[in-house]
Design a protein around this ligand. Structure first.
Ligand SMILES: Nc1ncnc2c1ncn2[C@@H]1O[C@H](COP(=O)(O)OP(=O)(O)OP(=O)(O)O)[C@@H](O)[C@H]1O
Ligand SMILES: [Mg+2]
Length: 452
């Protein structure tokens, strides 16, 4: 049972809401103006305020703003006859819990009040259980299952030497993260770590990217340029998506691995390097070897030490600690204070197949924090997001709703980070150029902010 204050200058609306909500067992009070609303609020401390925007003395928006600065604000549901986007957006931005259009629909009011009370209850419990935020490293690998514990041991062993390592795992399982952690814990961590993504450059350029080139080595080589091996110095060269390395480059790279010598494209001088090589792939290299797509000798050279990261569905026990970790991370990055998951959320997360693995989980938690209008990530919200991701991966998904969701998510994140595009790209898990082209494609501008 909750205390509800209805604020509307239309007497009939107050009366019908009072009747309807008292029937549902709530204690209902009414106010006919902004000043009356404010004094009632400080006296009655209602749980929920149903607030009309157009009031005789001041606007409901002002009341909303004032109430939200109080230490324990009620959940505020705005009601209005205005159907425009501007006011809706403004109200939600100012912290309204919900926004309902007139003429009022009883079911809509009832479900909005129920949801608001649900959030309020969770918020209050959350305050009691609020734990101080622990500091956590952004490069921390979270994992409690025995498989991950074995991986930590292997990382420890790798950190003692310059041994070549191969990291295998599905997309989003943390291959790059592990490579960074290995480098950071190695004796040569002060040296650079350089990445070459073998899938991202055209075949003809891979050789010069890797080994460098001399001036005039090919059309367009106007100056000589060091390769990634040279740039890595005594540090680490991280070869991402090694499975995409073309066969002819595979033999050249094997030559380097065996002798630790190479020459730049168009160069004569023999160069040496003792950088550590960490290769990663989400493909089954053994299978590629069987099919003749990957050189067997290179495969054996690379897999001196192999780290096989299990998919997230194979280690569901790691989902709760990972989700908690990403919740803290999102709060830090977004400046939000969502402090826990509603009961039942973890169980739900543990049932999901997570084809995008840890990255998909991280994105979901971040999205849930962005959409959360309280201190708790609600099960409902998670269901909606999971449903969205399922229909998005389904082939039949309508491109209309997909791009709509994408546009919405991008604008939300942009407004949260105040149009810091590199930050937004990072949070969205896309590259800056991709973000730029999406902003263009969808015509997103700083004023086209949409809220959940
Ligand atoms: N065990 C983990 N603990 C904490 N964060 C993790 C863990 N595993 C992955 N992540 C996070 O998930 C995201 C994806 O990880 P990463 O980029 O390392 O995956 P990947 O295997 O390289 O993926 P891809 O194959 O798509 O390149 C990153 O933000 C990373 O920090
Ligand atoms: Mg990667």
């Amino acid at each position: 049972m909750a205390k509800i204050l209805v604020v509307d200058d239309e007497h009939s609306i107050c009366e019908s809401l009072e009747m309807f909500l008292s029937e549902k067992g709530h204690t209902v009070h009414a106010a006919g103006s902004a000043s009356e609303a404010l004094s009632s609020c400080s006296r009655l401390k209602p749980d929920v305020v149903i607030l009309d925007i157009r009031l005789p003395d001041r606007s409901g928006m002002e009341v909303l703003e004032i109430l939200n600065t109080t230490p324990t604000p009620p959940k505020i549901i705005m009601i209005t006859a205005f159907h425009d986007m501007e006011t809706t957006i403004q109200a939600m931005k100012t912290g309204a819990y919900d926004y309902i259009h007139k003429p009022l629909d009883a079911d809509e009011i009832e479900s909005a009040v129920d949801r608001a009370l649900n959030v309020l209850k969770e918020d209050r419990e959350a305050v009691i259980q609020d734990v101080p935020e622990e500091s956590c490293h952004s490069d921390e690998i979270i994992g409690k299952c025995s498989w991950m514990r074995e991986i930590f041991k292997t990382i420890g062993i790798l950190c003692r030497s310059r041994t070549t390592a191969l990291i295998q795992g599905e997309t989003g399982t943390g291959k790059e993260l592990i490579a960074r952690v290995i480098h950071r814990n190695s004796p040569f961590s002060a040296e650079p770590m350089v990445t070459l993504d073998c899938s991202s450059i055209v075949e003809t350029l891979i050789e010069s990217e890797l080994f460098g080139h001399e001036k005039g080595a090919f059309t367009g080589a106007v100056a000589s340029k060091p390769g990634r091996i040279e740039m890595a110095g005594e540090g680490t060269l991280f070869l991402d998506e090694i499975g995409e390395l073309p066969l002819n480059m595979q033999s050249k790279f094997l030559g380097f691995l065996e002798r630790r010598e190479y020459t730049a494209v168009g160069g004569r001088r023999v160069l040496h390097s003792r950088c550590r090589i960490i290769a990663a792939t989400n493909r089954d290299l053994a299978d590629m070897v069987r099919r003749g797509e990957f050189r067997k000798d290179l495969y054996y050279r690379l897999k001196v030490i192999t780290i096989q990261i299990p998919s997230l569905r194979e280690r569901a026990s790691d989902i709760p600690p990972l989700a908690e970790h990403f919740l803290k991370k999102a709060n830090r990055e977004l400046g939000t204070a969502v402090c826990r998951f509603q009961d039942g959320v973890m169980e739900r997360l543990q049932q999901h197949p997570w084809t995008g693995n840890v990255r998909e989980l991280e994105n979901l938690v971040t999205a849930a924090v962005i959409r959360s209008r309280g201190k708790v990530v609600l099960l409902d919200e998670v269901e909606t997001l999971l449903f969205g991701s399922q229909s998005m991966s389904g082939e039949e998904s309508s491109s209309l709703s997909l791009s709509h969701a994408e546009r919405e998510q991008i604008s939300k994140v942009l407004s949260l980070v105040r149009w810091n595009k590199s930050r937004a790209a990072q949070l969205l898990g896309i590259t800056l150029p991709t973000l730029r082209s999406k902003i263009k494609e969808y015509g997103i501008t700083p004023s086209s902010v949409t809220l959940p």
